[in-house]
Design a protein around this ligand. Structure first.
Ligand SMILES: [Zn+2]
Length: 50
């Protein structure tokens, strides 16, 4: 898990992929963290929200 975070290769779970509020939302298949994708941009972890 620590190495996974270091290398930052989060794998989006396309089975959970959904459209929500103007961007795609899913979660990493490896660590379960939320991921988002704007059209034309790569997947990235969703910024932590308050
Ligand atoms: Zn991950």
């Amino acid at each position: 898990m620590i190495l996974h975070n270091l290398f930052g290769r989060h794998i989006p779970d396309h089975q959970r992929n959904r459209w929500e509020g103007g961007y795609f939302v899913t979660q990493c298949t490896l660590c379960g963290q939320a991921m988002i994708k704007l059209p034309g941009l790569p997947w990235r972890l969703r910024p932590s929200s308050a």
